[in-house]
Design a protein around this ligand. Structure first.
Ligand code: MF3
Ligand code: CO
Ligand code: CO
Length: 429
């Protein structure tokens, strides 16, 4: 008796679907011809297809193996390649396995998951043996109070056109005060979110609590229904670069990192801030990634003042990332922020040749994303979640700034971190 036992189950997969499992299972190559050669063969073939249409695959294979009549005809195994000149379909792979049931659906689900959510051939064990992320169920949009002042997209989900040339400024005392208040609330909410990020907590729970804090402070959670984003905050774990959607199916584990990106709309102004929170104890390499990302943001903030070219921001960040051989994501950018969630100037975090100069009164974000591996991303089917193509982890942090005459004021400075030390993002230096 062979190692596979007597009970066999067959499943048909395309080559690419099967590739990740090729070492685990015994396989046979299988072809379907487009047309049989003779009238008699064709007739037999159709007869067989009709007769055995509902016969389980395993039985069909037994039958076909026993039969020489169809070898190289309707179906054929590798040892019976179709004769030259015959049109055949792309070879498929028949897999046999000990398990009698559930195998086909199991393997198909696994491969579909892979193909949908990750790059070709990526292992199920993701970076550092932490399983690769996968989409979870998305729960209903949360409600806000009737009397909450909402941004224009709150009801429709429609984004306004993005105009890179249209900057935002806070110049009057009212505007400056509006930005400070929105920024402070965003920072306080982020401090609260950080306190929630412990092993065992789901990203859904973070969303729920953050949502409550925002609406009870009289504000609107800016992400909610922004371009139909379904939740009130972005939670981006591990290999997720940004815009992760909170879900009850995603639980934080010891060693994870999670970027929580909070934006609030308070009295007509958006305040936008994020940081990468270490869950429990993270690896040394991952800690370095987070720190360098914070250092890069800090260094970029320090060069901001009127007259400085906007492209200096990217140059500053990129240089620091280079020193540690981290990648700088170029697909997502910082942006003007204020009465609108996103506007010009586009703030790129990698080295660039963008025109434009920093001016007093401008309000914009800087939000670098650094990666351990490559910077190419894969966008999930939800249209929002961006994960690194190679599955390696990535960190981000973000502040909203107001350019002053001599430098800039950080609108989203964290009260909790300030209490811990003078560092802009992580507290003590
Ligand atoms: N807060 C994000 C940023 O930094 C934007 C999130 S858009 C959302 O620009 F729709 F995903 F919420
Ligand atoms: Co943000
Ligand atoms: Co932003």
């Amino acid at each position: 008796m062979d190692v596979w036992g007597k009970i066999r189950h067959f499943s048909i997969l395309s080559e690419s679907e099967f590739a990740p499992f090729s070492k685990l299972f015994r396989t046979h190559r299988y072809y379907t011809t487009q047309a049989s050669q003779t009238e008699r063969e064709r007739e037999k073939y159709h007869q067989m297809r009709t007769t055995y249409k509902n016969v389980p695959l395993v039985a069909k294979f037994r039958l076909l193996r026993a039969s020489t009549a169809y070898r190289g005809g309707g179906l054929g195994f590798e040892n019976a390649r179709p004769k030259p000149g015959r049109t055949v379909s792309t070879p498929k792979t028949a897999i046999e396995c000990k398990k009698k049931s559930g195998f086909a659906s199991e393997i198909l689900n696994k491969t579909r998951e892979k193909v949908q959510n990750t790059v070709n051939g990526r292992e199920e064990n993701g970076f550092q043996n932490r399983k690769a992320l996968k989409p979870g169920t998305v729960t209903k949009m949360r409600k806000v109070y009737e009397d909450t002042l909402k941004p224009h997209y709150a009801e429709t989900g429609v984004l306004p056109p993005y105009n890179d040339a249209k900057y935002q400024f806070a110049r009057t005392p009212d505007e400056i005060e509006g930005m400070r208040k929105a920024g402070l609330l965003a920072a306080e909410v982020l401090d609260y979110a950080e306190s929630l990020c412990k092993p065992g907590v789901t990203t859904e729970e973070i969303d729920e609590k953050v949502h409550l804090m925002i609406i009870d402070a009289g504000a609107y959670p800016s992400p909610l229904n922004y371009g139909e984003f379904p939740k009130s905050v972005c939670t981006s774990l591990n290999e997720c670069i940004c815009h992760g959607i909170p879900t009850p199916d995603e639980t934080l584990l010891d060693g994870d990192i999670i970027n929580v990106d909070v934006t609030v709309y308070l009295n007509g102004y958006h305040g936008d801030t994020s940081r990468t929170i270490r869950v429990g104890k993270v690896s040394e390499q991952v800690e370095t990634l987070c720190r360098v990302t914070e250092d890069a943001l800090e260094a970029a903030i320090k060069i901001v003042k009127p007259g400085v070219p906007l492209r200096r921001i990217g140059a500053t960040i990129h240089e620091i990332a280079d020193k540690h051989k981290f990648g700088v994501v170029d697909k997502f950018v910082g942006h003007g922020v204020g009465k609108e969630f996103h506007s010009g100037p586009t703030i790129r975090h990698h080295r660039n040749n963008d025109p434009g100069t920093i001016e007093a009164g401008m309000t914009f974000t800087i939000e670098p994303m650094l990666t351990i591996g490559g910077t190419r991303d894969i966008m999930w089917k939800d249209g929002w979640t961006s994960v690194t193509a190679d599955g390696k982890w990535t960190a981000q942090c973000e502040h909203t700034l107001l350019v002053t005459d001599t430098g800039c004021e950080i609108m989203t400075l964290s009260p909790a971190k300030k209490a811990l030390g003078d560092h802009l993002i992580r507290g003590a230096r």
